[in-house]
Design a binder for this molecule. Structure first.
Ligand code: SAH
Length: 265
């Protein structure tokens, strides 16, 4: 127990403040209590592509909802416009909830949004969320660290820039380490190829999980050699998360969610 522990009584939201809130990876029940409380008080919710409808429904019916988008190759609002929209909405005296998938500070551009708020003197609060890596690890039965297999875990973005991935391959191709790749589906063949080229075994375990923590969760496991083909044959749909490392072997014993949700794997 923490000595500074306070009772679970939500702090009231303040007008003119932006709450940058993580919505978690998909399952609405993975939302934090703070996030639910802020949604219930919001005057306006500005939300991203990966936010579940059931979560948006926690805001009162008369709360304004603004879709800020962001799908691969289909950016509804440019990032600068989103940043300024947040400033305008807060300056008009509203309780603004900026809702993002997963955690706002993990590949979510939350930092950029809050920098703009700070620059304009707009008060803000950041509410962490369950990031895709944590949510999917739990629901797919793949512990990200494990004393026998992995003492470190690295999160990277596999987003391709000019058709290539500028990653520290030497640092990623290490044993006793788990690598989690966000936005990596299109770059999967490159990723697997580079990890082998930089020293990981051909048969190093790897998994890709589609729409983790939802009823559409699908997991494909294989090795660095087989995964690109298996993933392509499975015609996975975004969003997907890739996990590379020996911890993937544990899934065989530890998978629970698919059984519970009646998902055939
Ligand atoms: N801020 C978010 C990540 C935003 S980047 C977070 O902390 O989770 C978007 C990427 O996250 C997707 O391309 C995908 O790689 C991953 N992702 C998010 N939700 C996911 C889900 N339910 N299943 C699989 N991958 C997911």
């Amino acid at each position: 127990m923490f000595s500074s522990e306070r009772p679970l009584r939500p702090r009231p939201a303040q007008a003119g403040t932006v709450y940058l809130v993580g919505a978690g990876p998909g399952d609405p029940e993975l939302l934090t209590v703070r996030a639910a409380s802020l949604l219930a008080q919001a005057d306006v919710v500005i939300y991203d592509h990966l936010v579940a409808t059931a979560i948006l429904d926690l805001a009162p019916a008369n709360t304004e909802r603004i879709y800020a988008g962001k799908q691969r190759g289909n950016h509804t609002l440019p990032q600068e416009d989103i940043n300024l929209l947040l400033v305008q909405q807060a300056q008009s005296g509203k309780i603004v909830v900026r809702l993002k998938g997963g955690d706002p500070y993990i590949f979510g551009r939350g930092g950029e949004e809050v920098e703009t708020l700070a620059k304009h003197g707009v008060p803000f609060e950041v509410v962490p969320g369950v990031t895709a890596a944590a949510g999917i690890a739990a629901y797919a039965g793949i512990p990200l660290t494990h004393r026998e297999y992995s003492q470190a875990c690295v999160f990277v973005t596999g987003h391709l820039k000019d058709g290539s991935m500028a990653l520290d391959w030497q640092g990623l191709a290490r044993r006793r380490q788990t690598v989690v790749i966000y936005m990596g589906l299109h770059g999967l063949p490159t990723l697997c190829h580079e990890l082998i080229a930089h020293g990981l075994p051909h048969d190093w375990p790897a998994a890709i999980v589609q729409q983790g923590t939802t009823a559409n969760q699908r997991t494909v496991t294989g090795t660095l050699t087989t995964l690109p083909e298996l993933a392509s044959a499975a015609r996975l749909k975004a969003p997907t998360l890739i996990i590379v490392g020996e911890v993937v072997r544990l899934r065989e014993k530890l998978a629970w969610f698919e059984k519970l949700a009646g998902i055939v794997v």
